[in-house]
Design a protein around this ligand. Structure first.
Ligand code: ADP
Ligand code: ASP
Ligand code: MG
Length: 585
């Protein structure tokens, strides 16, 4: 029989009336004859409240005890929902993560799912029961063989639901929430955000990891890898929501359901040129002016990076294909004449990228890419990171060496390596949605050696401390001794861990120091059509300039453009970009 997995979020089961309403909806679905597995979150803000209780006792409570505490939230809602279903004459049974066989790694607070032992679940379903499962939790077998309660990380009930759907071979997982589906941006911040009928898993992964909290990124990863279709919809209406489809259907590997290989492709694009404008004025409108000029001149810009700056000037670096270098250079010279600054260009470069899912969520991956390249003695000219792709620009002469080192590091076979793949015209909007992340901090390491291995050492130290870096940017300008600065953004909650991880590196790099940036927010635009639509970045920068917002950092990847702005500008920036791409209703 067909299994249907439905997940109801915190607001949807926020009080007794809502639980009764959810039970009625489930009862109506049951009439269609599906086997039903229901995953629920804790009621309303329960998880926040429990966290508050813990914080009132300890600033740094043991992670194991936090999991013991937080897992109780979901246990309340499953029992109440099972009771509500019984009241309606539906045979239902509630089960915790452990009872339903969700086996995870032992990392408390952020455990990944290794396996779902479905026997007990299947037995209950074959008896005709509706199984109500506690989201967000699982069980690990500790070294002593004792089962421990683990949680998957905030928002993790989505991941429970999609993992169950994958393990049960369910064709669809319905995620019921308090909005009509995935919208072009967060409706709490921007009035007029529009419902999307569909979105690709790659786009959703980028959006979710850039702040669109409507889906847990790991749920999208599982859906993408194992071919689960997701439908996000409102628990308050009967309207269709947003479909996320996935074509791949890989078997669940020995490494574990969520630990399957995150990198599944490698590509090298040669004949690239790097253009750098340094010491340009640090004021709104400069990036807009530059990239509009290039766009009107027919130049297709690939990666764009703007680093932080000393004093009141900025450096903007970007790549174009070599055959456009000459024209791009003329346009940049014209602009520099007008606004000031210095131009440098370099041809004979290649872009090497790894592709996959959940790359930034696993900080070790970017670190091992940079490490394998630096071990081959190759310097990284530019770096661009994202959830589905990490790229670096290197000397083209070292391209084959870099490919060999990377393919070996990620155990990729020849069929997974593409050299100069033809660019695809994807039928998707240049910008599908925009997101704001306010939980970001910015750090710079000043005066680090400009040698192979520096970025790798930084990323490895952070990865070992469990910290994901985003928007890693190496400064264009060099200090008198040839050293450069590296800036990055990270989750604000990871600041302390990052500081500790940096201490040994700073000691090793003589004369280096750490600098904390001002409070920031990051606004990002995501769309699969971005690479095939020239001028997208220019439109984003123009929207920000017209709103009078200064851009502190820029980082792009294949299907996303992110700008770091000052924290108080965050929501205005989000609205401006949303409006700039005409995404409103
Ligand atoms: P649940 O408790 O159902 O899991 P969440 O609070 O985790 O719900 O996620 C739903 C919330 O995500 C919405 O209320 C909305 O404010 C927020 N959100 C952020 N970005 C988006 C977006 N692009 N589309 C829809 N909702 C979004
Ligand atoms: N209750 C957990 C949280 O609030 C899990 C979830 O709702 O997805 O993060
Ligand atoms: Mg959620």
């Amino acid at each position: 029989m067909k299994v249907l997995v439905q997940k109801f979020g915190g607001t949807s089961v926020g009080n007794v009336d809502r639980i009764k309403a959810v039970a009625k909806r489930i009862a109506a679905t049951k009439e269609y004859g599906n086997d039903l597995v229901i995953v629920v979150s804790a009621m309303g803000h329960t998880t926040d409240e429990l966290t508050g209780l813990a914080q009132a006792i300890s600033r740094n409570p043991p992670q194991r005890e936090m999991d013991m505490l937080l897992a109780t939230g979901e246990q309340v809602s499953i029992a109440l929902l099972a009771m509500a279903l019984s009241e309606l004459g539906i045979h239902a049974v509630s089960m915790t993560g452990a009872q339903v066989g969700i086996v995870t790694e032992s990392a408390h607070g952020r455990a990944r799912i290794l396996e779902v032992r479905t026997d007990r679940l299947i037995n209950r379903l074959s008896e005709g029961q509706v199984v109500v499962v506690a989201g967000f939790q699982g069980t690990s077998l500790s070294s002593g063989g004792t089962a421990e309660i683990t949680t998957l990380g905030r928002g993790g009930s989505d991941t429970t639901a999609v993992a169950l759907a994958a393990a049960l071979n369910a064709s669809t997982c319905e995620i019921y929430t308090d909005v009509p589906g995935v919208l072009t941006t967060d409706p709490r911040e921007v009035e007029g955000a529009k419902l999307m009928q569909e979105i690709s898993c790659d786009e959703m992964l980028e959006l979710a990891s850039l702040g669109a909290a409507v889906l847990h990124p790991r749920a999208v990863e599982i859906a993408r890898n194992y071919g689960v279709n997701i439908e996000v919809r409102s628990s308050l209406t009967n309207q269709n929501g947003t479909r996320l489809t996935s074509n791949s259907r890989r078997p669940i590997g020995r490494e574990g359901l969520e630990l399957g290989r995150p990198v599944d492709g490698l590509e090298l694009v040669d004949s690239q040129a790097v253009i750098a404008l340094s010491h340009v004025p640090d004021k709104p409108g400069v990036a807009a002016k530059l990239f509009e000029k290039l766009s009107i001149g027919g130049i297709n810009v690939d990666l764009i990076i703007q680093s932080t700056h000393e004093g009141n000037s900025n450096d903007i670096t970007f790549t174009v294909s070599e055959n456009q270098l000459f024209n791009a250079q003329i346009l940049c010279e014209e602009l520099i004449e007008e606004i000031g600054g210095k131009l440098t260009t370099e041809s004979g470069m290649s872009k090497l990228s790894i592709r996959g899912v959940g790359i930034m969520g696993r900080p070790g991956i970017a670190a091992s890419l940079f490490d394998s390249i630096s071990r081959a003695g190759i310097n990284l000219r530019l770096i661009a990171t994202s959830e589905v792709k990490v790229s670096c620009v290197i000397d083209a002469k070292l391209g084959s060496k870099a490919i060999r080192a990377t393919a070996e590091a990620f155990e990729l076979n020849d069929s997974q390596v593409l050299i100069n793949p033809p660019s695809k015209d994807i039928e998707a909007p240049e910008v599908r949605g925009v997101a704001l992340d306010r939980d970001q901090a910015q750090l710079s390491v000043i005066s680090v050696p400009d040698l192979p291995g520096t970025a790798a050492a930084l990323c490895s130290a952070m990865a070992d401390a469990g910290v994901s870096l985003d928007a890693i940017v190496q400064s264009e300008r060099q200090h008198d001794d040839g050293s450069r600065d590296i800036s990055f953004t990270l989750k604000r909650e990871d600041r302390e861990k990052a500081d500790l991880a940096l201490i040994p590196l700073l000691a090793q790099w003589q004369g280096s120091s750490m600098k904390e940036g001002p409070a920031i927010a990051r606004v990002s635009a995501v769309g699969a059509g971005m690479p095939s639509t020239p001028g997208t970045a220019a439109r984003m920068f123009r929207a920000l300039a017209n709103a009078g917002i200064n851009i502190a950092m820029i980082a792009t990847s294949e299907i996303r453009t992110s700008c770091v702005v000052s924290e108080p500008d965050g929501v205005t920036a989000l609205k401006a970009v949303h409006e700039g791409f005409h995404l409103s209703k």
